[in-house]
Design a protein around this ligand. Structure first.
Ligand code: PMP
Length: 412
């Protein structure tokens, strides 16, 4: 498997470059992924041959652009196994998807005194929209606790989801702890209390098979740019029965059926939610990214990343003064490793590693409540994808050790 990653890497032209006199080793995939030639070509071809506005024109280019845009929706539907294309809404990304939900679903189902349940490991984009909703509606926002090793504490899950809970919104995979959460089990619990299950899939869809029907998620959000697609395109999946019931958040062209002076009506699903000219090329690029991922196979991608993490984990755990956040066991773990070395600020560490050509991230990773929970202000983070090889993993450890030497013992 890992041998194949050498081959996959060749599909990503950006990776073939030297940074600070060293070959680039890109390990910031949880922030965003690189794009294969197939996606770059799809964007280029669209603008060179098919660019037009969708849904409105009858001319040839308009029909071609519309068909490609709607075909892209079908590609996304198949990829996440949604029942119908009406359940696949194009958004700008996970953040927009979750904001739409907190406003629209929030308006429909939350009353004063109701409860919304999230966890301490959420990304800010799965915290703040619910926080704002809770304030607006005088509802209560409850946080699920984590275990020592960074799993959701299932006892806490059972305690926090009560008869007052209307919405449970959890990340499928943590962008810091790397842990994969048991969404189906929690969705069953939520449904047993008549609560809805919302999933932040930003770190899951790019790396593993996600079947929204099997998970029984009511809503599922993800971003194109983290899965080899362009920036500015994302998805909100929702079960038809709920998308029918809730109101759009944005209004204007494209989403209307009839407009009167005082009242208007909306188009049917999924267009009712997509006001204005959509990100047409983004959707087409995302569909091409999905075709690329499907050719390799999501199970192959997942096992490749787990292989890299299994290879790295024992070597990292041997490094004195290095702490890894999240489970040490590589089972139930995706390709994200957040860590700190005592005595070295993660920003200094990331800067020094960049001098070795290794791109890792440092900071709070948009998870300040999690950082507080871990009693940290920041961590370093290496995150892997299909094009990372075992030699990238070796280079990462080498650069880490050299950086540690440099900061703790200085230059000879
Ligand atoms: N949730 C998680 C778990 C993430 O990792 C991210 C991106 N870092 C987001 C949400 C937000 O995604 P976007 O910035 O693409 O909207």
């Amino acid at each position: 498997m890992t041998l194949q990653s050498e081959k996959w890497k060749k599909d990503f032209p950006i990776l073939n470059q030297v940074v600070n006199d060293e070959p680039l080793v890109y390990l910031d995939n949880a922030a965003t992924s690189q794009k294969p030639t197939a996606v770059l070509n799809a964007l280029d071809t669209y603008y060179r041959t098919s660019n037009a506005n969708v849904h409105r024109g009858v001319h040839t280019l308009a029909e071609r652009a519309t068909r490609q845009y709607e075909d892209a929706r079908e590609t996304v539907r198949g990829f996440i196994n949604a029942k119908e294309v009406a359940e696949v809404l194009f958004t700008r990304g996970t953040t927009t998807s979750l904001n739409w939900l907190a406003q629209s679903l929030g308006e429909a189902v939350i009353q004063p005194g109701d409860e919304i349940v999230i966890s301490y490991m959420e990304h800010h984009s799965n915290i703040i929209p619910w926080q704002q909703l809770a304030k607006r509606k005088q509802a209560k926002l409850n946080y699920i606790e984590l275990t020592e090793d960074g799993h959701l504490d299932m006892e806490s899950v059972r305690q926090k989801i009560t008869d007052k809970t209307k919405i449970v919104s959890l990340t499928h995979v943590s962008n810091v702890l790397g842990v994969i959460n048991p969404i189906k089990e929690i969705a069953d619990l939520a449904h047993s209390k008549n609560a809805l299950m919302v999933v932040d899939g930003a770190q899951a869809v790019p790396h593993m098979t996600v079947d929204v029907k099997a998970l029984d998620a009511d809503f599922y959000a993800f971003s194109g740019h983290k899965m080899l697609g362009p920036t500015g395109i994302g998805v909100l999946y929702g079960k038809r029965e709920w998308l029918e019931k809730i109101e759009p958040v944005e209004f204007g062209g494209e989403m209307i059926d009839f407009v009167g002076l005082r009242e208007s009506t909306w188009k049917e699903l999924p267009w009712k939610f997509e006001a204005g000219t959509p990100n047409i090329s983004g959707a087409i690029g995302l569909a091409e990214a999905i075709n690329y991922l499907e050719t390799i196979g999501m199970d192959a991608i997942m096992s490749h990343e787990q292989e890299i993490v299994s290879y790295l984990m024992p070597r990292l755990l041997e490094i004195e003064d290095l702490t890894i956040y999240g489970p040490k066991d590589t089972k139930d773990r995706a390709g994200v490793i957040a860590f700190n070395i005592e005595g070295i600020h993660p920003h200094d560490l990331a800067t020094a590693m960049d001098m070795e050509g290794v791109a890792v991230r440092a900071g709070h990773h948009c998870t300040q409540p999690l950082m507080n929970y871990l009693s940290q202000t920041a961590t370093a983070r290496a995150s892997f994808y299909l094009y990372n090889t075992l030699s990238d993993a070796d280079k990462f450890v080498e650069a880490l050790l050299a950086t540690k030497e440099f900061f703790l013992y200085g230059l000879d």
